[in-house]
Write a protein that binds this ligand. Sequence first.
Ligand code: SF4
Length: 92
Amino acid sequence: MAECPVDCIYIGGRMLYIQPDECIDCGACEPVCPVEAIYQEDFLDLAPPEFASFEAVNAEFFDRTGLGSPGGASRVEELDEDHPLVAAWPTG
Ligand code: SF4
């Protein structure tokens, strides 16, 4: 989150969500993601197949929670909720 120049990485219950309308695709977050789960939009075809639905998951999270595009994670409270696909994702 500290790497993001536009503060568009938001905290959910189990996952951090990137607000796609605010992201400027700079790629600064990609090398620092501890689980190597971030792929720039132009390189989504390089992502593992199990990550294929996460572009939509990130976008839908902001609609489902009503966050929309608040203009920065520091402007909103942390949410203890997730997109249903993330909530059902196996742990461990
Ligand atoms: S690629 Fe997007 S989410 Fe990642 S640091 Fe840049 S603006 Fe933020």
